[in-house]
Structure formats: structure tokens, C-alpha cells
Design a protein around this ligand. Structure first.
Ligand code: COS
Length: 382
């Protein structure tokens, strides 16, 4: 890890994502935020350039990128628009349970089509009464012949109205708590699957979020990932992988906020000089720069740790939690640097604050990240 240099391949991945973010995403970010609009044409272009399904192994037609490679891409995309990035990387979250828990036959069957043609998938874990307490989900999977029947409702599901496939977590035995949970792959076309209407959100408004209902949905046993009761482990291992890219996404928002604030501070005059020459603003910019730098390094460190085969629960929670808190603070300071203009929708920084807020909540609220961090930490002292 002391060597922070990127390989030529990583440099070109980063350049590709940077160019795409600045030429294809950023010019539409404001309009998609305001309307709001789900810009599927941009997601299709991202797919065509290989900027989706980053975690799918090469043997199933994916790019098989390391987590560090993924983070380099995600940070750049988020610089262009965090909401679009959430929709672009949602496939990674939805397909990870198949990568981790699926048999070779299931991987071939479910992953390959995503690498042959543009499709969206959703990760369906959260429920109206069970967000942070993932072991308490109520969606039922009742044994029926050689399969299961699913009943229940999921909420806050990214891309749900546009997805063709869902990774669904359901319990065969609620009394068994997390040990009763199994993971299933459910096609959108299965009778009884009903995505809800788009939620009106504070930020990430270019992405789509809705409920999904499962009413008597038949799922063959062949579409269960891993053994019955292994679903909670699949979900937790998935989140260990996908929280680090959220650190990268938050870093991208923070870098954008810092860049806007620094440029504005050099231009904006007060008391006869650019505000960048006032110490109060310099201190803000210096603190923002430290936060962005630390967020990036913690994210790279978590990615590097996991790429070397470690579980990385501690490192990914640290990266996600620190980077998202940093992102919110940096966006807040960017608004303060802009003063009244920062509060206006005409300027880009208020969107960054709204987008940063979600990174403190999704893929596990930061309170949960601190729970994970403390548990992992204390294990070393017990
Ligand atoms: N990898 C593998 N297994 C894990 C694990 C991990 N990262 N974390 C926990 N487990 C296992 C534990 O080892 C334990 O196994 P046993 O059944 O053998 O004892 C089991 O899972 C239960 O673990 P724990 O007791 O820690 O579970 P809790 O109910 O206390 O919940 C948290 C743990 C809070 C960490 C979990 O519910 C969580 O991550 N919640 C947030 C969910 C989330 O991020 N939602 C966002 C969805 S995507 S937008």
C-alpha cells in the first residue's frame, strides 16, 4: 500500500470515467435533478463504455475489475452527478449476491445476460419496518413444492421500476431471525412482482427509487442463492464489498464541492480582494482539502485491503462512514463559501449537499457503520 501510484490501465480507466462524467453526465445533472428525470440514455452510454457491471468476473463476460479500479471510476462519475452514479453502480450491488452466493450455473445464467445487453438489476433487502435491523426483515418465503412463494414489500430500492431482475432477501422462518433469511433471484417478469412509483427524493434525483411488492411470487429452488438460511451472510458480505465504492462516490461529491468553492473564492471579491485571500476562507478550503484527501485515502485503503482477499468489514465501514460525513461537511462549507449564492439553485453547490446527505444513510446508515467499526475494533481487545 505505501506505493500510491496507479498502473497505466488504472490511469486510463480513470480518464475514461472522468471524460464521461464531465461530457455526458455533468451537462445534464442540473436538469435531471430539477425535473427530476431518470436519464436512461446516459446509463445506456455508460453501459456501452464498460462503466457498468464493474464487478462481474471476466469468465461471465464482465470487466472483473478490482475494487480499487471500481473506486477510481465511481469517484470520477460522482464528480459529474452523484444521482446518476447511484443508478449506474446499482447493478454492482444487485449482482454481488450472485457473484458471492451463486453456483457456477447461476452465475452463468444470471450474470452473462447483463454483460451482453443493457439491463438493470436491484438489490432488495430494506423493508418499511426493517432498514438498519436487516435480520428482522418480514418478507416471507414459504416452501411450496420444489420452490418457494414470496410475499412482502421492499422499500427504497434503487432502479426498481426499471430493473429486469431483483436480488431479494426473504425469510423462511421469522423466529430464526437472521438464520431464517435466504437470498433469491427474481425476474421482474414473474407474476406478482410490482414495483411502486418513483419516490420524491431530496437528492440523487436522477436515480430512481421505489418500493417493490411480491405477492405470491413463485421462485424455483434453483434460483435461491446458496443454502437456505445463508441469505443474511450473503447480504453482509455483499455490503462489505459495496460500501467502499460508496466511500468513493462520497469523495467525488466532496472533490466537486472543493473545486467549486476554490474557483469561486478566487473570483469573488470582498473588502477589496478575492475572498480566497481572507484567512477565514483559506481555513475553510484547507479543512475541506484535508477531508477530501483523507476520504480518498481511506477509500483506497479499504479497496486495497479487500482486493488482497481480506474481509474488510472494518475498513469498508471506516471508508464509507468517514467519506460520507466528510462529503456532507465539505459540501456544507462550499455553500458557506458561496454565501447567499450557495443557497440558490442557480449555483451547483446546494445539490452537492443534498446528494452528500444520502451517502450518510444508504448502504447502511453511518450509525450502523459505527456499530460495525466498534464491534470489529473491540474484538481485537477482547
Ligand atoms: N460477513 C459475514 N457474516 C457476517 C457479517 C459479515 N460482514 N456481519 C455479520 N455476519 C454474521 C455474524 O457472524 C453472525 O453469524 P452467526 O449466525 O454465525 O452468529 C450473523 O451474521 C449475525 O450477525 P450480527 O449478530 O452482527 O447481526 P445483527 O443483527 O446485530 O446485525 C448489522 C448486524 C447491524 C451490521 C446488520 O444488520 C447491518 O449491516 N444492517 C444494515 C443493513 C444495511 O446496510 N442496509 C442497507 C441496504 S442497501 S441500501
Amino acid at each position: 500500500m505505501p506505493d500510491f501510484s496507479l498502473t497505466p490501465e488504472q490511469e486510463s480507466l480513470r480518464d475514461l470515467a472522468r471524460k464521461f462524467a464531465r461530457t455526458e453526465m455533468a451537462p445534464h445533472a442540473q436538469e435531471c435533478d430539477r425535473t427530476p428525470r431518470f436519464p436512461e440514455e446516459i446509463y445506456r452510454k455508460a453501459y456501452d463504455l464498460g462503466l457498468m457491471n464493474l464487478n462481474v468476473p471476466t469468465e461471465f463476460g464482465g470487466s472483473g475489475l478490482s475494487l480499487l479500479d471500481q473506486c477510481l471510476i465511481v469517484e470520477e462519475l460522482a464528480y459529474g452527478c452523484a444521482g446518476m452514479t447511484t443508478s449506474i453502480i446499482a447493478n454492482c450491488l444487485a449482482l454481488e449476491p450472485i457473484i458471492l452466493g451463486g453456483s457456477s450455473e447461476q452465475k452463468q445464467r444470471f450474470l452473462t445476460p447483463f454483460c451482453q445487453e443493457y439491463h438493470l438489476a436491484s438489490f432488495a433487502l430494506t423493508e418499511p419496518t426493517g432498514g438498519s435491523d436487516a435480520g428482522a426483515i418480514r418478507t416471507r418465503a414459504r416452501k411450496d413444492g420444489d420452490g418457494y412463494v414470496l410475499d412482502g414489500e421492499k422499500c427504497f430500492i434503487t432502479n426498481a421500476p426499471h430493473a429486469s431482475l431483483y436480488a431479494v432477501f426473504a425469510t423462511t422462518d421469522p423466529a430464526a431471525k437472521h438464520r431464517g433469511i435466504s437470498a433469491f433471484v427474481v425476474p421482474r417478469s414473474a407474476p406478482g412482482v410490482t414495483p411502486g412509483k418513483d419516490e420524491e427524493k431530496m437528492g440523487h434525483r436522477a436515480s430512481s427509487t421505489s418500493t417493490v411488492r411480491f405477492d405470491g411470487v413463485r421462485v424455483p429452488a434453483a434460483d435461491r442463492l446458496g443454502a437456505e438460511g445463508e441469505g443474511f451472510s450473503v447480504a453482509m458480505r455483499t455490503l462489505d464489498q459495496t460500501r467502499t465504492p460508496i466511500g468513493a462516490l462520497a469523495t467525488g461529491i466532496a472533490q466537486a464541492a472543493l473545486d467549486h468553492a476554490a474557483r469561486y473564492a478566487l473570483k469573488r471579491q470582498s473588502f477589496g480582494k478575492p475572498i480566497a485571500e481572507h484567512q477565514a476562507i483559506q481555513i475553510k478550503l484547507a479543512n475541506m482539502a484535508q477531508s477530501v484527501h483523507a476520504a480518498r485515502l481511506l477509500t483506497w485503503h479499504a479497496a486495497w485491503t479487500i482486493d488482497r482477499g481480506a474481509k474488510g468489514s472494518l475498513e469498508s465501514s471506516i471508508a464509507k462512514c468517514f467519506a460520507s460525513d466528510a462529503s456532507f461537511q465539505v459540501a456544507d462549507e462550499a455553500i458557506q463559501t458561496f454565501g447567499g449564492y450557495g443557497y440558490m439553485k442557480e449555483y451547483p453547490v446546494e445539490k452537492l449537499l443534498r446528494d452528500a446527505k444520502l451517502t450518510q444513510i444508504y448502504e447502511g446508515a453511518n450509525e450502523i457503520q459505527r456499530t460495525v467499526i466498534a464491534r470489529e475494533l473491540l474484538r481485537g481487545y477482547a
